[in-house]
Design a protein around this ligand. Structure first.
Ligand SMILES: [Zn+2]
Length: 444
C-alpha cells in the first residue's frame, strides 16, 4: 500500500519530467504554371516567373500528452472554406483536436490567389479561375500531407524562447483631409517585437526556428509578377542558410496597418529579409538571449461571432448600379444570400497555445491591426505574449474600435475586396477581447 502511494505520488513528476518531442515537415507550394497573384487589384496578367520558391512548413510538438501542430504558409491568406477542408481532414487523419492545429499565412502579395480568398477583387477569365481551383486543390493535399509528415518524425527536443526587434515596419494609416490613406504615419502605433522559438534536436543544433513580425508582407508592389515570399521569404532563407538542416518558419503577427517602408523593389525585400533574419540569427547565436521552455503544452480554441453594421437591401440594390465591378459583384452576392446569417455575422476563431509556464501564442483570424497586440500585451504584462493575426482563417481586416471609427481601408473600406457585407459594428474589439480573456483563462 505504501509503495503504491509512493508510486502514485511519483507519477505526475514522471509525466512532467518527460521532455518535448518535435517533428518538422516542409513542402514546396510554388505554382508550376502561370497563376494570378493575390493582394493587389491593379495587376493585369498572371505570374511570369519565380523569384524565390514558396513553402508550407509544419512544426509538430508534443509534451507526451498534448500535441500541437503549427503550419506556416507563404500565402496571402485563405478562406474559411479552405481552412475547414484542411483542418477537418487533418483532424480525422491524425486524430487531432481542433485546438491542436494552427495555420498562419505570411500575407505575401507575390503569392497565388487561393480558393475564393479575395477573388472578387479580380476580373479573371474562366481559364485563369480554373488554374486557381486546380492549384488550391493541390495545395489542400499538400498541407494535410505536411502536417502528417511532421507528426511522423517526432524525436526528443528542447525548446528555447527569446525576443528581439526589427525596425522596418511603419504604421501606414496616414491622416489626410479626406480621412486615412495608405501612406506613412511615423507617429502611429507599431509593435516591432520579433519572437523567436528555437527547437533543438539531441545534437544541440536548431531543427526548427519559429519567428514572427507584425508587418504587411508587401515590399513588392503590384508591378512585380514573380512569385516569392517577399521579405518573410528572404528572412526565412537567411535563417536557413545560417543553420543548415533547420527549417525556418515565419508567422505574420498583427501587421494589418503596418507596411515595410520604403517599398517597391526586390532589393528592399532582400534588405528587410536580411534585417529580420539577421535579428533572429543573433538571438540564436547568444544563449543569454533565450530561456528554456518547460516541456508542457496546452492549446485552446474558441469560435466567437463578429457582427457587421446594419445595411439594408436598398443599400445593396443601389450598389448594383455602381461603376465599380467589385461593388456590383458584392451587392449581387449579398442580395442572393439575404436570408443567410453570414450577411450579418462572421464566425471568428481565437486560439491560445501555452508553452511550459512561459510564452503564450495567441492566434487571431484575419488581418488584425496592431492595436490588438499592444492591448493584449498591456492586459497580460507578466506573460511573454505573441499575438499572431492571419491565423486559422483570413476573412477580412479586423479593425480595433479606434480604427473602425477612423475609417479608411483597414477600418472598413477593404471589406469590399473580401466580399464581406460592409464594416463591422462597434462591438468588434470587445467581442474579440472577451474571447481572448476566455482562452487566456482556459490555457492556464
Ligand atoms: Zn493586407
Amino acid at each position: 500500500m505504501r509503495l503504491l502511494l509512493v508510486v502514485a505520488g511519483l507519477l505526475p513528476a514522471l509525466l512532467l519530467a518527460k521532455g518535448f518531442e518535435a517533428g518538422v515537415g516542409r513542402v514546396d507550394i510554388t505554382p508550376t504554371k502561370p497563376i494570378w497573384l493575390s493582394g493587389y487589384a491593379s495587376r493585369t496578367h498572371e505570374s511570369d516567373g519565380v523569384l524565390l520558391p514558396i513553402s508550407a512548413k509544419a512544426l509538430a510538438l508534443s509534451d507526451g500528452r498534448s500535441k500541437v501542430v503549427i503550419v506556416t504558409m507563404d500565402l496571402v491568406g485563405f478562406s474559411q472554406e479552405f481552412a475547414d477542408v484542411v483542418t477537418v481532414r487533418a483532424m480525422k487523419a491524425y486524430d487531432l483536436p481542433r485546438a491542436s492545429l494552427m495555420l498562419n499565412a505570411s500575407h505575401t502579395h507575390t503569392g497565388p490567389v487561393v480558393g475564393r480568398n479575395l477573388l472578387i477583387m479580380y476580373n479573371l477569365t474562366p481559364v485563369q479561375e480554373a488554374r486557381i481551383h486546380e492549384y488550391t486543390a493541390g495545395l489542400e493535399e499538400k498541407i494535410v500531407w505536411v502536417i502528417g509528415s511532421a507528426l511522423g518524425q517526432m524525436r526528443p527536443v528542447t525548446i528555447e524562447f527569446g525576443q528581439t526587434e526589427a525596425g522596418f515596419a511603419m504604421n501606414r494609416r496616414q491622416p489626410a483631409a479626406s480621412g486615412f490613406t495608405n501612406g506613412a504615419n511615423p507617429k502611429g502605433p507599431t509593435d516591432h517585437t520579433v519572437p523567436v522559438f528555437e527547437v533543438k534536436g539531441a545534437d544541440g543544433k536548431p531543427m526548427a526556428v519559429l519567428f514572427g513580425y507584425a508587418c504587411h508582407n508587401t515590399t513588392l508592389t503590384g508591378q512585380i509578377y514573380e512569385i516569392s515570399g517577399d521579405y518573410a521569404g528572404f528572412a526565412q532563407k537567411e535563417v536557413e542558410d545560417a543553420h543548415p538542416g533547420a527549417i525556418a518558419m515565419f508567422m505574420q503577427l498583427c501587421g494589418a496597418d503596418q507596411n515595410p517602408l520604403p517599398r517597391g523593389t526586390v532589393e528592399l525585400a532582400r534588405k528587410y529579409g536580411h534585417e529580420l533574419g539577421g535579428q533572429v540569427n543573433a538571438v540564436l547565436a547568444d544563449s543569454t538571449r533565450r530561456k528554456k521552455v518547460a516541456p508542457k503544452l496546452k492549446a485552446v480554441f474558441r469560435q466567437t461571432e463578429l457582427t457587421f453594421a446594419h445595411r439594408s437591401r436598398q443599400d445593396y440594390e443601389k450598389e448594383l448600379a455602381s461603376n465599380d465591378s467589385t461593388a456590383r459583384k458584392r451587392a449581387k452576392a449579398m442580395l442572393a444570400n439575404w436570408d443567410d446569417k453570414l450577411v450579418r455575422r462572421l464566425p471568428y476563431p481565437v486560439q491560445a497555445i501555452r508553452f511550459g509556464n512561459g510564452p503564450v501564442l495567441l492566434a487571431l483570424g484575419g488581418e488584425v491591426v496592431v492595436d490588438y497586440s499592444l492591448r493584449a500585451k498591456r492586459e497580460y504584462p507578466k506573460t511573454d505574449l505573441i499575438v499572431a493575426g492571419y491565423s486559422n482563417v483570413v476573412p477580412c481586416y479586423i479593425p480595433s474600435l479606434r480604427v473602425l471609427k477612423e475609417g479608411g481601408y483597414e477600418g472598413g473600406g477593404a471589406m469590399l475586396y473580401y466580399g464581406q457585407p460592409g464594416p463591422f459594428d462597434e462591438t468588434v474589439e470587445e467581442t474579440i477581447f472577451s474571447a481572448i480573456h476566455k482562452v487566456m483563462k482556459d490555457v492556464k
